[in-house]
Each structure stands twice: as structure tokens, then as C-alpha cells.
Design a protein around this ligand. Structure first.
Ligand code: CA
Length: 229
């Protein structure tokens, strides 16, 4: 997924960017509220992590501006642990969840995954389409109960397709979700990743989980199943 990080503390911003990138996400980092607003309005962001204390424009103002511009992506605010008011103000400005500083990265990751799932209409951490089950907490994939080893990019690609199961997702959208804006990527990269994903999920070509719609993109063909959780 594509994540916007708005944090003025350089060390924290860089470490979030590093950890999120290592987890396979595309990250747009902004150091103040104005930069954050620009990125939030211009790029196809899935989730934003916004510090409340920002130069040029406060985090609260930034969230209000994004919401009033019709941006509905999930917003996770970073608050100071001793400022409970921040949490209340952040949520009333339009944030969806918060993490208090200092935090451990897995906490941020879990909250982001929950925001993304809710936005896509899934209510459990297990995304199940036919025999394919993707566990967004453990970041594992099984087919007919058998674990499938995926690279982080293959995982992100499948996660995005499964979150939007039934919808046609264009190559451009997939490229934008997986890579930052400054990476000029050939759309062949996506074709190669999709081909690899198909081979791994369906080596015998039986379930055909991902269909290609010529000139339009890709779609998960398997119906969403309510998981047993
Ligand atoms: Ca700050």
C-alpha cells in the first residue's frame, strides 16, 4: 500500500520510512504540514501517518483540510503519550486511530493494517477468497491450507488485489501502490510479478485466482468468503 508519513522529527520520519519500505510499502515522506497537504492531495495515498505537532500547518489542520477536500483514506495520528487531549482532538478532526509516542514499529503496522482492512470492507484480519487465505497480521498466505512463500512485493500485490476482490485494478494503480512516485517503473514489472504470483498460488493452473482484463488490469476471480474468525 502507499503510505504518507508526515513527521517533522527527521530521525523518526526516516526510521518510519525505512521500516515501512522494508515491509514492502511505497512511502511518501513529508517534513511539515504544507508538504503533507500537497502529497495527500496529489498522490493515491491509502493511509497517512500524521504527527500532530508540525511546522507550517498543524497535524489537526492538515487532517481537516484533507477531509474537507474529500480525502477519505485512513489517518493514523502520532500523539505524545502524556497528552490525552491530542487523541480526542485528532479523532474529532477526522483521524481514524492513534499511536502514542514512543511506539514500537509493529504497533504502527498493526494499526495501519486494520485501517486499510476497514476501508475495504473487510472486518477481520483474515482475507479469504475461495481457497486463498491472506493473514494481514502474520503477513502469510495459504492456498487450501498450505503455506505459500511470497516476497514482500508479491505479498503487497496480492494483498491489494484481495482487499479489492471483485474490482478491476489497473496496472497503473498497482505500480503506484507498490512504488514511490519518483520511481519510473515499466508496467512490465507488474506483469512479471503477477505471473510469479499466479505460479506460486496456482502451480497446476486449477483455481486461476487472478484474471487479466486486457487493457484494463487485473481482478481476483474468487469470491470473498466470510472467514471463521
Ligand atoms: Ca512533531
Amino acid at each position: 500500500m502507499r503510505i504518507l508519513v508526515v513527521e517533522d522529527e527527521a530521525a523518526l520520519r526516516e526510521s518510519l520510512k525505512h521500516d515501512l519500505t522494508a515491509a514492502g510499502h511505497a512511502v511518501d515522506a513529508a517534513a511539515d504540514g504544507e508538504e503533507g497537504l500537497y502529497a495527500g492531495l496529489e498522490y493515491p495515498i491509502d493511509v497517512a501517518i500524521i504527527d500532530l505537532g508540525l511546522p507550517k500547518m498543524s497535524g489537526l489542520e492538515l487532517i481537516r483540510r484533507l477531509r474537507s477536500a474529500g480525502k477519505s483514506f485512513g489517518v493514523l495520528v502520532l500523539t505524545a503519550r502524556d497528552r490525552w487531549q491530542d487523541k480526542v482532538e485528532g479523532l474529532s478532526a477526522g483521524a481514524d486511530d492513534y499511536v502514542a509516542k514512543p511506539f514500537h514499529f509493529p504497533e504502527v503496522q498493526a494499526r495501519l493494517a486494520a485501517l486499510l482492512r476497514r476501508a475495504s470492507g473487510w472486518t477481520t484480519p483474515l482475507l479469504q477468497c475461495g481457497p486463498v487465505v491472506l493473514d494481514t497480521r502474520a503477513q502469510t498466505v495459504t492456498v487450501h491450507g498450505v503455506a505459500v512463500e511470497l516476497t514482500s512485493f508479491e505479498y503487497r500485490l496480492l494483498e491489494h488485489l484481495m482487499l479489492h476482490a471483485g474490482e478491476v485494478i489497473s496496472k497503473t494503480e498497482l505500480t503506484e501502490k507498490l512504488y514511490e512516485q519518483d520511481f519510473e517503473r515499466d508496467s512490465n514489472v507488474i506483469e512479471v510479478l503477477i505471473a510469479r504470483l499466479r505460479r506460486k498460488l496456482d502451480p497446476d493452473d486449477k483455481i486461476k485466482p487472478i484474471e487479466t482484463l486486457r487493457g484494463r488490469g487485473y481482478r481476483i476471480t474468487l469470491a470473498r468468503t466470510a472467514s471463521g474468525e
